[in-house]
Design a protein around this ligand. Structure first.
Ligand SMILES: C[S@@+](CC[C@H](N)C(=O)[O-])C[C@H]1O[C@@H](n2cnc3c(N)ncnc32)[C@H](O)[C@@H]1O
Length: 291
């Protein structure tokens, strides 16, 4: 059988659209071509064709390998710092309100979701931000950060949580020194979140397009949801599914944060309304559905 890259690209695009709602057109198509060429350089075209064929037949292991091979995991610590500033102010306000209204004296819970967390840099920054909110308000709280991604290899790396200096370099030094510890690896100082942060974050593999996102649906709503640099790659119907899910998981006053490039997307309506650059609150209509 004669194998050629153009027919494989078409087949991969079709499988991706079916399995993950990924839109493969325009710039994304050339990106896909580069990823596939990279894969072929490493593993050969026969291996790629076998993976695509098994994916077409519904083999879940092959579909996962294809997703891992195609996902764009670019991320780094303290990406778009103003989002963490928003988050910190929001958490401090919430902690103060919980302390004022807390007649039972139960320890407050802060709950945050990182949807499309890649290799974990974003949720670790959320954990630092929550720790800062607790330190500055002097109000103790339990912090639970749920972080997921469709790419199981990225999630494994997030769980290993040892980062090279390049991805940490934008993190302000005082935050790095307070919340990360140096780890020597191959004569280079890498960085790892301190144990206190490691106790806050739970990672798992799930597709945003799945009907259920297990760890997220145990009843407690989220104070904030970040989904940055993820939906840009998805179809309109996939986005609607995701915003509907977010609206069912977030607190009535919770913050939903997208990336700057995704700001102004129409599919967030009628669930969310913008309240800042790439920052959203639940719409009045969606708020009314919360009991
Ligand atoms: C560019 S990274 C963004 C990481 C981080 N949120 C940030 O802004 O730095 C995009 C991530 O979204 C994930 N992703 C794409 N489609 C997804 C889906 N359907 N379900 C879950 N994660 C998805 C990719 O695997 C990738 O790790």
């Amino acid at each position: 059988m004669q194998l050629n890259i153009s027919s494989l690209i078409e087949r991969v695009a079709a499988v991706s659209a079916r399995a993950s709602g990924l839109l493969v057109a325009g710039e994304r198509l050339s990106h896909l071509q580069r990823r596939l060429e990279g894969f072929i350089d490493m593993h050969g075209i026969v291996m790629l064709e076998a993976m695509v064929r098994k994916s077409e037949q519904g083999d879940s292991h092959a579909i996962q390998s294809l997703r891992n091979a195609l996902s764009v995991n670019f991320t780094y610590f303290w990406r778009d710092p103003e989002h963490f500033q928003y988050l910190q102010e929001h958490l401090m306000t919430r902690l103060r309100a919980m302390a004022r209204n807390n007649e039972s004296k139960a320890k407050p819970l802060l709950r945050i979701l990182s949807a499309g967390c890649a290799t974990g840099e974003e949720p670790w920054c959320m954990a630092m931000t929550a720790a800062e909110a607790i330190r500055l308000t002097k109000i103790d709280a339990t912090v639970e950060i749920i972080a997921f991604d469709v790419d199981s290899a990225a999630i494994e790396e997030a769980q290993r949580c040892v980062y090279n200096p390049e991805v940490v370099k934008k993190l302000p030094v005082h935050m790095r020194d307070r919340y990360m510890q140096p780890v020597n690896q191959r004569y280079i100082t890498h960085w790892q979140p301190i144990a206190e942060l490691q106790g806050m974050v739970r990672f798992y593999t799930v597709d945003l397009l799945a009907q259920s996102w297990p760890l997220c649906e145990d009843g407690a709503r989220f104070d904030a949801i970040f989904c940055r640099n993820v939906i840009i790659y998805l179809s309109d119907s996939a986005r609607i599914h995701i915003f509907e899910k977010f609206s069912s998981l977030i607190r009535s006053d919770g913050l939903m944060i997208l990336s700057r490039v995704e700001g102004g997307i129409n599919q967030a309506e009628p669930y969310f309304k913008p309240c800042g650059d790439s920052v959203y609150l639940l719409s009045a209509a969606a708020r009314r559905t919360i009991k």
